[in-house]
Design a protein. Structure first.
Length: 565
């Protein structure tokens, strides 16, 4: 049988139909219906030969079972499937050029051998990594997940052809397992997936140029630095190397772009790239590291290191953690607006704020990795506020102790009274308000209460006869002397009443002095409360500002690399 091709090719079709089918699968461009039509047409033209051969087979082998008949029809079915690639196309006088090119290149091709003419030659591999998605950075597990396309180009002299010899076919697509590959893997992966996610076809171009662009989803190791969390940036790397070849056998070089510049960084296609909601890529340089020879032949390895410098977008943490934490921490200052004697209520407010800050600290511990190398910025802020809240609780206890002192238990020194009752209130502007001047008492008439009492006392002590001539005695200066004589000779009952009144007056003056001293202790406690309030306010404001200012100033340093986007 002749199909217009060299005799060796139809012999291969007849002897190994299954191998031909497996090798030619996907290479035919004609649809299956056209293949069936061409196969039927070809069998009609050679029906006499097929009929005679079948009769001869029946006479020699005798009757066959159904299964044997099915097996006998197998090669014919395989031949009918493959004839689409060998039969002449309608309107053309030649066979399938793509199939012919495939056989021309791969009949004697060994994918296990390097594409070099001499063993000491080196294969030059052009590499380019395109990032399509920065999926996530798991701080807890210190794992970076990325989606990339790895572009690899090299020249294979065994696959050299000219498109003029094969019907202007300039590119041939073949499975990657049929071609030699440099076996590039991700060295710092964390899940054991070294290779790509999908083995796509390899493009073989005119002149023996081979291109491979497989996609991959990598989970690589990334040491997370949490000192400035959530205002941090991370330095993650993707380290690629050849799994089986050293620097003497393969050499990696970066792809040269259309503008003549070497593309050494990770390429980010802005149209296909999906931006991450938490991380922004600032720099993504690439470097090729050649290691010193450690093997017996003295040839070292070669690594391609792509560095991803990513910066966290802190808006989520500002709204959900930092702002609530600052507001709740500010509530601890409200304890100073309670009275100095309300120490229990002040301690309750401070301890509640302390417990709320502990909850925030627990939430942050669930987010960051379990490391003792550094403390996150937000954790340092929470610890600082917890220390301030603890000091405020201690201050509330001290102020309560001072405010509840009495003259019977503690005595005040003049220096302490001067500092707490005069100096500090004057400096803080919190002294006691001056007493309002009272209204002037109206002028008393001559018949006042005192005069009436003295008059009644004189009436009781003096006889009437003497009172008649009182005016004359007063004119003669004897009124005062008589008054003292009458008081000295007063009745004992009146003397007891006077002593009782004097005792009550002394007791009242003592109670007023004691109450005034208790009030001084309360005022001293209030002065301590005021000075501690201003100290806590300054400490809270300055400490919070310095901590968050350090996080804000933690910017990515200037590198000698252009930005990625």
């Amino acid at each position: 049988m002749s199909l217009g091709l060299p005799r060796s090719e139809p012999a291969n079709v007849q002897n190994n139909p299954e191998d031909q089918t497996a090798g030619w699968q996907g290479l035919c461009s004609a649809p299956y219906s056209s293949c069936s039509f061409l196969a039927q047409h070809w069998f009609r033209r050679h029906s006499w030969k097929s009929t005679s051969s079948q009769r001869q087979t029946h006479r020699e082998a005798g009757p066959r079972t159904d299964s044997e008949g099915a097996e006998g029809r197998g090669p014919l079915a395989s031949s009918s499937r493959c004839l689409c690639c060998l039969s002449p196309s309608p309107g053309r006088g030649e066979g399938n050029e793509e199939l012919r090119l495939y056989h021309h290149l791969f009949d004697n091709y060994d994918p296990q051998c390097r594409p070099v003419r001499e063993p000491e030659d080196t294969v030059s591999i052009n590499i380019k990594v395109t990032l399509t998605n920065l999926i996530s950075l798991n701080e807890k597990e210190e794992t970076l997940t990325t989606s990339v396309w790895i572009g690899i180009d090299w020249d294979d002299y065994r696959l050299n052809f000219s498109k003029e010899d094969f019907g202007d076919i300039g590119i041939l697509r073949v499975p990657s397992k049929h071609v030699w590959l440099p076996e590039i893997v991700l060295e710092n992966n964390i899940d054991g997936q070294f290779g790509v996610a999908y083995d796509c076809n390899v493009l073989v171009s005119e002149g023996g140029h081979v291109s491979w662009l497989p996609p991959a989803i990598y989970r690589s190791v990334c040491a997370v630095e949490v000192s400035y969390f959530p205002f941090d940036w991370q330095n993650c790397s993707l380290v690629f190397r050849s799994e089986t070849y050293n620097a003497q056998e393969v050499e990696f070089v970066f792809v040269v772009g259309d503008d003549g510049e070497t593309i050494s960084k990770i390429d980010i296609d802005t149209e296909a790239y999906t931006e991450n909601g938490e991380w922004a890529i600032d720099f993504c340089p690439g470097e090729i590291h050649r290691q010193d020879g450690g093997s017996a032949d003295g040839a070292g390895g070669i690594d391609i290191v792509y560095t991803l410098i990513i910066r966290r977008k802190p808006l989520f943490y500002i709204i959900n953690i930092i702002v609530p934490c600052v507001l709740i921490s500010g509530l601890v200052l409200l304890a100073y607006f309670l009275p100095a004697q309300a120490g229990g209520q002040k301690c309750t407010v401070s301890i509640n704020v302390l417990l709320a800050q502990t909850v925030f600290l627990f939430l942050i511990a669930q987010k960051i990795p379990e490391t003792s190398l550094s403390v996150p910025l937000l954790g340092r802020y929470l610890i600082f506020v917890m220390v301030v809240a603890t000091l405020i609780v201690m201050n509330c206890v001290v102020v309560l102790n001072v405010s509840l002192r009495t003259p019977t238990t503690h005595a005040t020194s003049p220096r302490l009274r001067h500092v707490l009752l005069e100096l500090l209130p004057r400096l803080l502007g919190s002294g006691a308000p001056p007493e309002a001047p009272g209204a002037a008492s109206p002028p008393r008439r001559a018949s006042s209460v005192g005069l009436l009492l003295r008059a009644e006392e004189l009436i009781l002590k003096k006889p009437r006869s003497e009172l008649v001539f009182e005016g004359q005695r007063y004119r003669h200066g004897t009124w005062t002397a008589a008054l003292y004589q009458s008081l000295g000779a007063a009745a004992p009952e009146i003397r007891c009443c006077v002593d009782a009144v004097n005792f009550m007056a002394e007791s009242t003056r003592g109670q007023e002095a004691s109450g005034e001293e208790v009030s001084d202790w309360v005022r001293m406690g209030k002065a301590l409360d005021n000075i501690c309030f201003w100290a806590a306010l300054v400490l809270f404001s300055v400490g919070s500002s310095l901590i968050f200012l350090g996080g804000y100033l933690n910017q990515v340093p200037d590198l000698p690399y252009p930005p990625c986007m």
